[in-house]
Design a protein around this ligand. Structure first.
Ligand code: GCW
Length: 736
């Protein structure tokens, strides 16, 4: 293995680890200068946005080298050793220098990385008030009057985040002179949720198997674990739930806890805390108790003991994520207890250790005769204020289930006295798996910027989750991970952008998608504007393209049954709320779900005037039309088209948008490595074929109700509806 590998590996884990995998380190690779740009041969995407490519601008390169050749940093803790290792890798890659490190002393005109308590000179350049703003994770990067560059914070983790930001600035080739960044994350818990099973299958995972090699743990610590932690730290992600919310109680047994502890040790220097999912019936499954009733003292006692045991393995264990009484999972309602009673029982067990409970609001029951999208609000709104302080209710962005487009969840803004966090899905369960290029930041942004009107105009969803609306102390954003054992981590090279964007928006929910795309492209591919500009545009349009070829105008949940791959607007039979018919309700007159006050009244769960805007067909945004309204096929849309024509044109546009993405990409060949170029090109081919599949299937099927011809400009399908009805994919990834 290389020198750099050993520096990173051995310095942080000097004593504990014996095994090394053969993975090259992030940021490694052979460089080659071509006509148009600098790139490496044989890139496979493993390096993510931490490629640390050589700085191209010669004068900047000179300045950076001059500036960073001497760094004051005392690597006295594992986190600061990680900082040093990262600097070595990054500066070798970007500047081809190995800086001289000095343990102590303040050097004007040099770089100083440290806590003010360790480097009192820093206090001259940074005020107490500023430090107070930083909290435990914020940082300051500042060029001082004496031209030194300081990176400071209140904690080592703050320093780590600061250094990653500094490196990010260099990666983007931005000037360091007069740099002055003061930042602290706007949410406390920024966490990936892995839906990983102990057999290494990943529920809704499309990038191979689970990263966690349980069989070889705790002895083998793959380099990939460290690189995973580095990648997360580089974007401020500070937590990871290792296991699936459809939980297996085995993870709570000593055999597994030892393995969990090894992962926690590997992640700790990077500020990444480990959390687990708690199967609510664990006291029965493992403890042989007759019940798991949260009000039964024996049950509480069992959890108290279990939690104590967990903390002996992982002293800084983060806590539990729980899916209860939803889709067949056990929960407190099995004993006629409320979600709050269940959550509080676990919260009391982890509280003495500083742990938290993330309790999911994704609950619905086919036996409840109520519109599925209303059930979470109905359950949780009455419990507002009853949850313990260390419970945080985790709410999906929309009221149904991670569709290409949903209105925001009505619980945002509505829980005033309970902690509430966002759950986004990074893995593309309903957006084309890992074969479709769909940049999700616009979806995240649309939700975060939606105005709940909870306290008048401007009370956005973002404000309801960062604590600024109701003053909640515990805040957070979770993302269902899209990571697996695929060499490039996420299956689709552009899936990496969704991991990156999630982290950036969890840190700052007010960031714009465009800025994030721009950063990511520059670090992942090249800084050449002739590449960055068109690719940014392609990314920004990609989510709308997907909505158009899958579920335009508020259609939802019309994917194939079970695995959700491809169209299935005809899916019927079995549990109604798992069929497409339940959601689109098409007949020869109309299509759509009446969720207005004359229907299920889901609109009534929103604050005014949002409720009224959604309720009235004339004011309801057309992108949510069929979500909230039942609409005749010949209804006149704002464009003047009938609903049918408008729908058909949207499907057609979706296909054309993908074709335009292909055209854009084909122009990009000379800017980047052949490997990633070709891979994305092939994936776009799949996406185009599947967009056509979606368009044809949906239009042929809905046409049997509308009985109207396709408008001009919409391509006819060569194949009949029967062809599409017969497609029966059995072995799809992510489905068990
Ligand atoms: O999106 C649905 C998925 C299930 C998932 C569930 C959930 C983990 O189809 O696979 O289960 O949501 O969020 O709990």
């Amino acid at each position: 293995m290389t020198i750099r590998f050993s520096i990173l590996f051995l310095s942080i884990f000097a004593i504990s680890f014996t095994a090394q995998s053969a993975e090259p380190l992030l940021g490694e690779g052979k460089e080659e200068k071509t006509d148009s740009c600098l790139f490496r041969e044989g890139e496979d995407g493993y390096d993510l946005w931490l490629r640390y490519a050589r700085v191209e601008n010669e004068s900047l390169l000179k300045l950076y080298r001059e500036r960073l050749k001497k760094i004051t940093l005392n690597p006295s803790t594992p986190t600061l050793q990680a900082v040093k290792s990262e600097l070595l890798i990054a500066l070798d890659g970007m500047l081809a220098i190995e800086p001289e490190f000095i343990d102590s002393g303040y050097q004007s005109s040099g770089v100083v990385i440290g806590l003010p308590e360790k480097f009192p000179d820093i206090n001259v350049h940074v005020s107490k008030e500023e430090l107070n703003l930083l909290g435990n994770e914020g940082f300051i990067i500042r060029e001082t009057k004496d031209k030194s560059l300081i990176v400071t914070a209140n904690t080592d983790i703050g320093l780590l985040y600061g250094v990653f930001r500094l490196l990010n600035t260099i990666q983007q080739e931005q000037a360091l002179s007069e740099i002055n960044i003061i930042e602290a994350p706007k949410t406390k818990i920024r966490i990936l949720n892995h839906w990983d099973n102990l057999d290494r299958n990943v529920e809704r995972g499309y990038a191979g198997f689970s990263l966690w090699d349980w069989f070889r743990l705790p002895d083998v610590i793959h380099q990939r674990y460290i690189d995973y932690a580095r990648a997360n730290a580089s974007i401020g992600i500070n937590g990871t739930v290792l296991t699936n919310v459809n939980a297996n109680a085995q993870i709570l047994t000593p055999v597994y806890l030892e393995k969990v502890a090894a992962l926690a040790d590997a992640f700790r220097p990077y500020g990444l805390k480990v959390y687990l999912t708690a199967r609510f019936s664990a006291p029965i499954d493992l403890g042989k108790l007759p019940v798991a009733d949260p009000l039964d003292p024996q049950v509480q006692e069992w959890w108290n003991k279990k939690v104590e045991e967990i903390y002996t393995y992982v002293p800084d264990f983060g806590g539990f994520l729980v899916k209860a009484n939803s889709e067949g999972q056990p929960g407190p309602q099995d004993y006629k207890r409320s979600h709050a009673e269940g959550a509080n029982m676990l919260a009391d067990a982890v509280a003495p250790h500083g742990g938290i409970v993330m309790w999911r609001a994704f609950v619905y029951d086919q036996n409840v005769p109520e519109d599925r999208t209303k059930q979470a609000y109905n359950e949780f709104k009455p419990l507002d204020g009853v949850f313990r302080d260390n419970v945080i209710v985790q709410v999906k962005n929309g009221p149904l289930d991670f569709q290409p487009r949903e209105p925001f969840h009505p619980l945002f803004g509505a829980l005033e006295e309970s902690n509430l966090m966002m759950e986004f899905q990074i893995t593309q369960e309903y957006l084309g798996f890992s074969t479709h290029l769909v940049y999700l930041a616009p979806l995240f942004e649309e939700c975060l910027q939606a105005d709940t009107h909870a306290k008048g105009q401007g009370t956005t969803v973002a404000k309801s989750i960062d604590g600024s609306l109701h003053g909640q102390k515990l805040t957070g954003i979770a993302g269902v991970s899209n990571i697996g054992t695929d060499r490039n981590w996420t299956g689709h090279p552009f899936g990496q952008a969704n991991w990156y964007a999630f982290g950036r928006m969890a840190w700052d929910p007010y960031l714009a998608s465009e800025r994030i795309a721009d950063e990511w492209i520059k670090m992942t591919f090249t800084k050449d504007p002739a590449f960055v500009k068109p690719v940014t545009e392609m990314m920004l349009n990609s989510r709308e393209a997907c909505v158009n070829y899958m579920t335009p105008l508020g259609l939802h949940h019309i994917m194939a049954r079970g695995h959700h791959h491809g169209p299935g607007p005809w899916v019927s039979g079995g549990r109604p709320d798992w069929t497409a018919l339940y959601y689109h309700r098409a007949n020869t007159d109309s299509i759509g779900f009446n969720r207005t006050s004359s229907g299920s009244n889901a609109t009534g769960q929103y604050f005014k005037p949002v409720a009224e805007i959604f309720d009235d067909i004339n004011t309801c945004p057309e992108e949510y039309l069929l979500w909230f309204h039942r609409v005749p096929w010949d209804y006149k849309m704002k464009s003047g088209n009938t609903l049918w024509n408008e729908m058909a044109l949207h499907y057609q546009k979706g296909v054309e948008d993908v074709r335009n993405m292909q055209k854009t990409w084909n122009f990009m060949e000379s800017f980047i490595d052949k490997e990633r170029f070709m891979y994305v090109k092939s994936l776009l081919q799949i996406q185009e074929r599947e967009a056509v599949w979606w368009r044809n299937s949906c239009l042929l099927y809905f046409q049997t109700f509308s009985n109207m011809p396709l408008p001009e400009g919409v391509e006819e399908s060569y194949k009949p509806l029967e062809f599409y009805l017969k497609i029966n994919e059995i072995y799809m990834p992510g489905h068990h």
